[in-house]
Design a protein. Structure first.
Lengths: 156, 313
């Protein structure tokens, strides 16, 4: 119970921080923070974070980024569902291979956003930047939380 | 609370419900524009985070201001004094012209002229470095702001409010591709529509026929058509007139009068219809203070009171 409460707290805090980073208007911090976080938690804490959470977070990002409501919710839900579906396979991958999966998801998000939100089509960051930043965020998350997660996964 | 939304299990039914709900929201918002109140509620919930996120940018802006040298500040004060004198001189004629305009409108049984109320708003997040084309300002529904409201800068029209929170609002600049403003050429009265093209320094002007009387350097003013923007505010200045022979309209490009890419404060405008003046001759308003610091224009005084309110927050 205590461990689960801690996990919920960590997930919520990380998503709050991710939303803050999405809201910062600094090019240096321009990365798909929330998407990577949701993929990360879907992979390592599926009992805490899943498609329902992804949907809610996506809705908030829609409001924050002035995109049509539902567009990020749709993309995040699909990303989370895909990750949960491929979870067993992804867990056998190395962190770099997982990073490539995240880059694939992030690039898919850019394409989907350009389709569902045409006004973003000209504003979306370059594909190379999205791919690189998502891998870097993934590696940073892994480095920060790896030990805690390993202990948790073995406990599960 | 053992798990957040235990739908973590990817049951196909649950997934289908969420995807359909997202799709329904998308259609209701993007196509039917039915969800403005839901967006307002979400933006209100996000307001604390948005204020925190805007804090570093504001600190950086304030620091940059405070680090400016004494010389540059003195130069700016001199420039503002000179500008103020010029504006005061222009105001001397403005009042009499306005009265004459009202008198003529009354004589012609024209519609009542529009007066304006204004309020200053601070920019919490600009669009320069983000994928989001809108700006976030620190005024919202609680301040009486509404969707579609005109937003101005000192030099001209800036854009309009597109989304509302309780104490924040998102403003779409006129340079965005989704934005259009009905305008008229100040010199010839020719009407057209200014549309953004995604560049901060250029807009396109549509619906000007080939035989239209328009020249490079012409000033484009809001025409007031549609009732969204007050009439007569500078929007852009014509920079290029295309020489293409195809189509019935001429390809015109213009430069926005407002500096779109470096904005810290904007002015919100409320338009209200006024009663026509009871008599054709009125005394001018008493000068609050003789020259050189006379005649605070109504808009400027309202702005300064709004600035005081903003400072008090």
């Amino acid at each position: 119970m205590h461990a689960n409460f801690l996990a919920v707290l960590v997930v919520l805090l990380s998503l709050t921080l991710g939303m803050l980073l999405e809201l910062f208007s600094t090019p240096m911090l321009d990365a798909p923070w929330l998407l990577v976080l949701l993929v990360f938690w879907s992979l390592y804490l599926p009992s805490v974070a899943g498609i329902g959470l992804a949907w809610i977070v996506g809705l908030f990002l829609d409001a924050a980024s002035a995109t049509p409501l539902g567009s990020h919710a749709l993309i995040f839900t699909l990303a989370s569902a895909l990750t949960l579906g491929a979870r067993r396979l992804l867990l056998t991958y190395s962190v770099v291979q997982q990073g490539l999966w995240v880059a694939f998801i992030a690039l898919s998000q850019q394409v989907a956003l350009a389709l569902v939100s045409p006004q973003e089509a000209n504003a979306v960051s370059s594909f190379a930047q999205v791919a690189l930043s998502s891998v870097l965020v993934w590696l940073a998350l892994h480095t920060l939380l790896h030990r805690w997660l390993r202990a948790r996964v073995s406990a599960d | 609370m053992t798990a957040l939304f235990r739908g973590a299990s990817t049951r196909p039914v649950w997934l289908a419900i969420l995807l359909l709900a997202a799709l329904g929201l998308y259609l209701a918002d993007a196509r039917l524009h039915l969800l403005e109140s839901a967006r307002t509620a979400l933006l209100t919930l996000l307001e604390p985070l948005q204020r925190i996120a805007s804090f570093p940018g504001q600190v950086w802006g304030d620091t940059r201001e405070s680090l400016r040298s004494r010389d540059s500040l003195e130069q700016e004060i001199e420039r503002l004094r000179a500008e103020n004198k010029l504006l005061q001189a222009q105001m001397q004629t403005f009042w009499s012209v306005e009265q004459e305009n009202k008198r003529l409108r009354t004589a012609l049984h024209a519609i009542a002229p529009l007066d304006m109320d204004v309020m200053l708003a601070q920019v919490l997040r600009d669009s320069a470095a983000t994928e989001n084309p809108t700006l976030l300002i620190n005024r919202g529904k609680n301040d009486g702001v509404y969707v579609g409201q005109a937003v101005l800068l000192g030099t001209g029209v800036f854009g309009q409010v597109v989304h509302l929170g309780a104490n924040t609002a998102e403003v779409l600049p006129l340079t965005d591709e989704q934005h259009s403003i009905p305008v008229r050429v100040a010199r010839s009265g020719q009407r057209g529509i200014v549309r953004g093209i995604g560049s901060a320094h250029e807009v396109s002007v549509h619906h000007l026929p080939k035989q239209a009387d328009v020249q490079v350097g012409d000033l484009l003013l809001t025409s007031g058509l549609g009732g969204r923007f007050p009439e007569g505010f500078p929007v852009a200045s014509v920079t290029h007139i295309g020489s293409g022979q195809s189509g019935a309209f001429v390809d015109v490009r213009a430069r926005p009068m407002a500096e779109i890419d470096d904005v810290r404060d904007v002015v919100l405008v409320w338009m209200r219809e006024t009663q026509p003046p009871p008599s054709s001759v009125q005394e001018p308003p008493p000068l609050a203070n003789p020259l050189p610091t006379d005649i605070p224009p109504p808009a400027a005084s309202a702005v300064s009171s709004a600035r005081k309110q903003a400072d008090a927050r």
